[in-house]
Design a protein around this ligand. Structure first.
Ligand SMILES: C[S@@+](CC[C@H](N)C(=O)[O-])C[C@H]1O[C@@H](n2cnc3c(N)ncnc32)[C@H](O)[C@@H]1O
Length: 247
């Protein structure tokens, strides 16, 4: 291809232009953000209210996701609240995303699974492989259940399942889930979460899985869903969403 044709076919985006080139400031800002993979969006009243909740939450605890991801999480929770099952989050840390789930879930019960402080002491004896992996990855960085409970005190129906997943699921085998947020960072934990939650999802239930930009997690999740009938959405950020099809 001739070099002039190359420019016409897509090279223009690479050429920096003076700000005067853009007709409005909004166009200039949108273009500059787009070059960095970010965007502006005008939200309706509901979106603005959710964004306000997201920003209040950021002021209270570190929230390990950006605004679009957080908005999408809240929309999924609101959709799932009408499905009749309970909700869960595997990987809670300081409760930032759990607070967003609480703000959107209405009366639906929410089950929170995290190691919390159960791993703050050194292991006594040789820990099981899954526990060693969590210890290696997170070191001493674990949140405290009482602090998360305080953060979520204004919301009803929240129960805590401290300990290493999936052992911490003991007693939850009979639940049916409409929404699950899996945010465990590690491939093994993610697979354990899929093994536990997927068969217990209601038809149409939403599994929202984080850490999809991590190559090991992505490979593992892709292999797990291969041959299954779920509808898969690879989201344009670090997540994948699966909608459970009925059997
Ligand atoms: C990325 S953080 C969760 C962040 C949280 N969802 C948020 O957005 O604020 C991951 C959490 O999962 C916990 N975790 C990871 N693997 C685990 C396992 N196998 N069992 C229990 N907790 C685990 C870690 O201790 C950590 O608190």
């Amino acid at each position: 291809m001739k070099s002039s044709a190359k420019v016409a076919a897509g090279g223009l985006a690479q050429i920096p232009r003076p700000l005067l080139y853009y007709r409005t400031w909004a166009q200039a800002v949108r273009t500059l953000l787009a070059r960095r993979g970010a965007m502006l969006a005008n939200l309706d009243a509901g979106g603005r209210a959710d964004l306000a909740t997201i920003h209040t939450t950021r002021g209270l605890v570190p929230l390990l996701m950006h605004d679009a991801t957080a908005l999408h999480l809240m929309l999924c929770v609101r959709a799932a609240a009408a499905m009749g099952g309970v909700m869960a989050e595997a990987g809670v840390f300081m409760g930032g995303s759990a607070r967003l789930i609480c703000a959107a879930k209405g009366d639906t019960p929410l089950h929170l699974f995290d190691a919390f402080e159960t791993l703050q002491q050194p292991a006594s004896g040789e820990p099981a492989a899954d526990e060693s992996e969590v210890r290696r990855h997170f070191g001493a960085l674990h949140a405290r259940q009482d602090q998360v409970a305080r953060l979520l005190a204004g919301y009803g129906g929240v129960s805590f399942h401290p300990g290493v997943f999936p052992a911490s699921t003991q007693g939850s085998e009979g639940e049916r889930f409409a929404f699950v947020h899996v945010d465990l960072d590690l491939p093994r934990g993610t697979v354990d979460a899929l093994d536990f939650f997927h068969p217990r999802m209601v038809a149409g239930g939403i599994l929202l899985i984080d850490d999809y930009a991590d190559a090991a997690v992505r490979r593992t999740v892709q292999a797990w869903f291969a041959g299954r009938r779920d509808t898969i959405f690879v989201l344009p950020w670090n997540q994948v969403m699966a909608i459970r099809q009925g059997d």
